[in-house]
Design a protein around this ligand. Structure first.
Ligand code: AMP
Length: 550
């Protein structure tokens, strides 16, 4: 596919607001694409470059791109930035600059999407001292061959901000429509492969190819997530339930083939290098090739240590040996996704658990299966007494649903009153805090949109304010007076005493006594609380208030 055709498709989609119309546009394009084009088109249209399982990074910042554009357009970087500030959109600014330049260009090679993809991979793979220079030259070469409209979307893809509103759900439905296959089958393949592009290629081959997907070792799968709920509701609905401790550490996925192993974080980043002790422990715990899911916790004097100490280890790249002595990091394994080449995610949890117990000699998280609320309550108390966060309740008959925050995993913990929210705005502090941001506007998500929910100004120490300032200072995208907006990225866990309905914020709710708890470095904006789940919390809260009054 010519990159120009891709750019025209983006332009059309950008001018389309209805989801069904978008699905229609994409589904008409897909059947005409070659097997090589399909994965690239699908990733590009979602504003992504590499498969979701890949931790490859393009490694070019806006600055490098602006220098490259300046070079191609024959102007200074400062003029490029000025133009971008004036148009308010890097893509449009670049398009305009290229259109001035293109009047004087006589020779240009046509770009096609597969070639652009190959160039982007080459850019991502450039490493070492001279890599910035080489990346710059490669970006210049690409832009020099781009027509103005191609420049608009190429630049946005490179900046990772395509912003044409095509989400994964729409692409899934477009694939199903284009190749007349069941959307659930497409969804299932996306969950297993974690690469919507590859799924499009398989869909073209037919439903058989989609049905036959297998999880691939060293391609991390999105983690299954949990909702809030209650023990009684779960027993009422399912009878027997499985309860495990809720460990307050960091989630990981461990992949092993022979004695080769890798560890991925909740965000699917490769953290193998930071946790050699965990790798060693798990390698010695099984002779099988596996993908297993668990949580690592930090232990000192037989007691779990606070969450932060584990995160410190995740971040730590140097002095790994020294860090290992101070605290022991222990894996707790609660699921198995793949065993000796067999994909297990569709088996019920009870069956996966059997396999896990057959192949892992150590580190399996204990599990209590019962339909007796008292027994589950007892497990909960034991968990809290032992210093864990609470319990997780799981439906024994349920499959492993990658990336889903469904009702098959329920978390029970004492502080049900915290929300993970995106920091989207802030205000300068006052007095001795005047040099840092002092209060923050936080948002939940609703259908891919960020919706302001509350302001948070308490709970941060001076040290934390400085840390937060460092993280946000380069993310300012708009200023007016003392107020500013931040490019979303940072996630706060926010505590509150009660949810109230309120017209003040767009979400329609407000938090009573909002309080900063911590930065969730392990979460990104796609992981934050949804407006729907806040509504559900509100309903639960009013129900329990009624019960209390009665
Ligand atoms: P939350 O981050 O509050 O949504 O809670 C879900 C998280 O609890 C998971 O992503 C895991 O990191 C963690 N967790 C701790 N223990 C377990 C367990 N036994 N099963 C599943 N997740 C667990």
């Amino acid at each position: 596919m010519n990159f120009e055709d891709f750019a025209r498709a983006c332009e059309k989609l950008e001018g389309t607001s209805g989801r069904l119309d978008m699905i229609d546009i994409i589904s008409r394009i897909l059947p005409g694409l070659s097997p090589d084009d399909l994965p690239v088109f699908v990733r590009f249209i979602m504003g992504r470059i590499f498969p979701d399982w890949s931790s490859k990074k393009l490694g070019i910042g806006p600055n490098l791109l602006y220098v490259a554009i300046g070079y191609v357009a024959g102007i200074k970087k400062e003029e490029v930035i000025e133009k971008i500030n004036r148009t308010g959109d890097a893509g449009l600014a670049i398009e305009e600059l290229l259109s001035i330049k293109s009047q004087t260009t006589f020779f240009r090679e046509d770009l096609d999407i597969v070639r652009v993809y190959a160039e982007l991979i080459a850019i991502a793979d450039m490493e070492g001292k001279k890599s910035q220079r080489e990346k710059l030259q490669a970006v210049q070469r690409l832009l020099a061959n781009a027509r103005p409209i191609e420049g608009r979307y190429l630049a946005r893809i490179m900046l990772e901000e395509l912003r044409i509103g095509v989400g994964e759900g729409s692409v899934r439905d477009a694939i199903a429509k284009a190749f007349a296959v069941d959307p659930d089958l497409v969804e299932h393949a996306i969950q297993a492969l974690n690469d919507t592009g590859e799924v499009a290629r398989l869909a073209k081959l037919g439903p058989g190819a989609l049905r036959d997907v297998h999880i691939t070792l060293f391609h991390p799968v999105r983690m299954m997530l949990a909702q809030q709920g209650t023990i009684t509701d779960m027993i009422k609905e399912h009878g027997q339930i499985a309860a495990e401790y809720k460990y307050d550490g960091s989630r990981f996925q461990f992949h092993k083939r022979g004695n080769q192993a890798k560890l991925y974080s909740r965000r699917l980043e490769d953290v193998t290098g930071s946790l050699p002790d965990v790798i060693e422990k798990l390698l010695s715990a099984t002779d099988h090739d596996v993908i297993i899911d668990g949580e690592v916790i930090a232990i000192k004097d037989n007691k779990p240590m606070p969450f932060q100490s584990v995160l410190r280890r995740f971040r730590r790249r140097h002095d790994i040996a020294g860090a290992q002595d101070a605290i022991e990091i222990v894996p707790n394994i609660f699921d198995i996704l793949c065993l000796d080449g067999e994909t297990l995610i569709d088996l019920p949890l009870s069956e996966r658990r059997k396999r896990l117990e057959q192949v892992l000699k150590r580190y399996i998280a204990p599990q209590v299966v019962s339909n007796d609320p008292l027994e589950i309550e007892r497990t909960y108390k034991t968990a809290l007494d032992a210093g864990h966060e609470g319990i997780m309740i799981k439906v024994p008959a349920s499959p492993y649903s990658p990336g889903q925050r469904g009702k098959n995993w329920i978390k029970i913990k004492p502080e049900v009153d915290t929300l993970d929210l995106a920091v989207i705005g802030g205000e300068w502090g006052e007095g001795k805090r005047a040099h840092v941001f002092g209060s923050f506007l936080v948002a939940c998500q609703d259908a891919g949109k960020l919706v302001p929910l509350s302001r948070v100004a308490t709970g941060l120490s001076d040290e934390q304010l400085t840390e937060v300032y460092e993280l946000l200072k380069d993310r300012v995208i708009k200023k007016s007076g003392k107020e500013m907006s931040f490019e979303p990225g940072l996630v706060f866990e926010v505590g509150y005493s009660e949810l109230q309905t309120s017209p003040t914020y767009e979400a329609g709710f407000a938090l009573r006594f909002p309080r900063f708890i911590r930065i969730r470095v392990d979460k990104d904006v796609t992981d934050i609380e949804t407006l729907d789940s806040i509504k559900a919390r509100y309903q639960r809260q009013s129900k329990s208030a009624q019960a209390y009054q009665a």
